[in-house]
Design a protein around this ligand. Structure first.
Ligand code: ATP
Ligand code: MG
Length: 420
């Protein structure tokens, strides 16, 4: 073992488990790529202001979890703790939001950083795949995103997840509710930090996981009773479209989520096999965010799904993904000249689009055949000195065990047709 270890709260993705991660990223993004979302990639760090304004000073993310740094030049930066603020910044900066081009639909995949108490399912470096539909107030977009996330999880084979749905109201009705909730919270017996939170962002108190807090919240005014007609109608339309798509959801009036920028639709995907780190993904509408970071009014909706927790959810359900072997043909050569010739054939196969690997390191037949087995290749191409003299190579079907000579000059064509 080396003297160095991965930093606390991080872990390395190594084969074979890393293949599952790639497949999960692929499976989550496939429905997006198939639905008009374009790929966006932003830097791993941004000006710290973007997050303190965009995510919100009172959130755990900004107040406790952000990795901030001052560069040698004096810039205040933060490793990105989430994707939405960056993607919106990039869309604004790149002028993607011109009238007539809306909504701008984007998807992303990458690493995110939060200084959290590390535990299973909660890391300091983690991966998300996310989607944002920017610049349009259309309940069908909210529905589309919920439906696509559901499709992604189902394609992966997940079953024990639930969709929680709520509306947070808008700038008309939320302030009225906020006021009512604050009045209620002032009458409770809460610790100093929660009292402070109740003054800055009272809705987040509803999200408090502690039982003594939850007990006191019984009888709290509920946002549902305060939604204005426009928000009610909008929410009903989202619910109707999601229902019509056959996606089951639960109305969860206490779902507020940790970010300040959400308005109206808010949702979370939870998995019941993950203990307390049960949220595998979440999102919602954020109509006010663009203006908060200095842009024009751009009502938008998005989600981010956690890749790490999705992999844990698959493991919890005992789902193994059907990941095809990376290698189709494995070359085993015995003797110097045979090595040179077969290495050339492996190169030819690769150039012809056939996934091929080779027994490196001068192993004997037994060790090389073990490598061939481990590779998962469908065929082993074995070239000994006598074969070479006869101009043939022994092709072994690793599934049936059948073996026979093939002319060296035909090898690429034969393999291409047998693998087709
Ligand atoms: P939680 O309530 O569990 O802290 P969150 O509300 O902070 O989640 P979001 O900011 O909505 O999470 O991020 C979306 C998804 O990203 C989460 O549902 C989760 O799957 C994943 N995620 C967030 N933080 C972490 C983390 N520290 N480690 C692993 N995955 C994470
Ligand atoms: Mg969190």
């Amino acid at each position: 073992m080396s003297t160095f270890q991965a930093p606390k709260g991080t872990y390395d993705l190594l084969p074979p488990r890393s293949a599952t991660f790639l497949a999960v990223r692929e499976a989550i993004s496939a429905p997006l790529r198939n639905s008009g979302y374009g790929y966006v990639e932003t830097p791993g760090f941004e000006n710290v202001e973007l997050f303190s304004r965009g995510v919100g000073e009172s959130t755990d993310i900004v107040s406790k979890e952000m990795y901030t740094l001052t560069t040698k030049g004096g810039d205040q930066l933060a490793l990105r703790p989430e994707g939405t603020a960056s993607v919106l910044r990039a869309a604004l900066q790149g002028n993607l939001h011109k009238a007539g081009l809306l909504p701008v639909k984007l998807w992303y995949s990458g690493s995110y950083y939060r200084y959290e108490r590390a535990q299973k399912g909660r890391y300091r470096h983690f991966s998300q795949v996310g989607a944002e539909a920017i610049g349009s107030e259309d309940p069908a977009l909210d529905a589309e995103l919920i439906i696509l996330a559901d499709q992604a999880y189902r394609t992966l084979g997940l079953r024990n997840f639930r969709v929680l749905l709520n509306s947070l109201g808008d700038k008309e009705c939320r302030p009225v509710y906020r006021e009512a909730l604050q009045g209620f919270l002032r009458g409770l017996d809460l610790d100093a930090e929660t009292v402070r939170r109740a003054e800055i962002n009272p809705l987040r108190v509803l999200d408090d996981k502690r039982e003594d807090v939850q007990k006191q919240l019984v009888g709290a005014p509920m946002l549902r009773d305060y939604l204005c007609d426009a928000c009610k109608a909008y929410h009903e339309e989202v619910r109707a479209l999601v229902t019509a798509a056959g996606v089951a959801f639960e109305d969860d009036e206490k779902l507020v989520r940790g970010l300040d920028y959400y308005t109206r639709t808010t949702f979370e995907f939870v998995h019941d096999g993950l203990g307390s780190q049960s949220a595998v993904g979440g999102g919602g509408r954020y109509d006010g965010l663009s203006e908060m970071i200095g842009g024009p009014s751009l009502p938008s909706v998005g989600w981010a799904l956690g890749v790490d927790r999705t992999v844990l959810a698959l493991e919890a359900e005992g789902v193994t993904l059907d990941i095809p072997a990376a290698t189709s043909v494995f070359g085993v050569a015995l003797g110097e000249e045979a090595r040179r010739v077969l290495f050339g054939k492996v190169t030819e196969l690769r150039r012809a689009g056939v996934a091929a690997d080779f027994a490196f390191g001068g192993k004997g037949l037994k060790g090389a055949m073990k490598d061939a087995n481990r590779s998962g290749a469908r065929f082993a191409a074995v070239l000994g000195e006598r074969d070479l003299a006869e101009g043939v190579v022994q092709l072994k079907d690793m599934q049936s065990g059948e073996q026979g000579p093939v002319a060296l000059t035909d090898l690429v064509d034969v393999l291409r047709s047998r693998l087709a």
